[in-house]
Design a protein around this ligand. Sequence first.
Ligand code: PGA
Length: 251
Amino acid sequence: MTTTISPLIAGNWKMNGTRGALDELQALADMLTTGEAPRAIVVVCPPATMLAAVARQGATSGIQAGGQDCHAAASGAHTGDIAAGMLADAGAQYVIVGHSERRADHGETDDQVRAKAEAAIGAGLKPIICVGETEAQRDSGQADSVVASQLAGSVPDAAGQHEVIVAYEPVWAIGTGRTPTNDDIASMHASIRRQLVDRFGDKGQVIRILYGGSLKPQNAREILAVEHVNGGLVGGASLLAKDFYTIISAV
Ligand code: PGA
């Protein structure tokens, strides 16, 4: 991990959790405040219905809240969508954009993801911009080019002046229990870093690059130690306070 970048661990609850999940959040808060102070910034991205409650309850223990998606527009006739400013109003400081499940389930393109990231920045949020190849793309040797093109298309120019976070999440590793080798992670993160530096100069050196995809208590320590891995985006393992705390403590 690059020492000059403070690591960040974000939990993505996806479409999981009702009010009962606040007990789990409290359990995490208790672990974070009674144990050794975490070396990572801790973010929880619950379903939108829980965002305000998570932001309020997490505040006392330093847990920050994030949304899982936002609309590119500030307001308007978009039934069911949520604007970045609304997430901020509910207490969010971060928002995930371009998650592979959004790209697959809702056909989101790089242009749309970039517009969402711009909207997030405009609302004072830090976007966590996701990129990652499918298994077929990796098998056919296209992983690097796919990720490079998603990165070029999804990260807005405003990343040169504002805080954004990139999350590399190989689609085939999400929720499958499978992970790339540490060498593959190192090589992809190094290539993302090079691309960010080419485009943003010194600023590109300090943009966090998270790894996501089956990050678990069992593999967190070694994956989070890989060069240019500046933290993690955790799905399934963020739902249980004990597992998530173990991953946070692995930093
Ligand atoms: P996973 O999900 O940790 O359950 O693999 C990661 C993600 O989709 O962000």
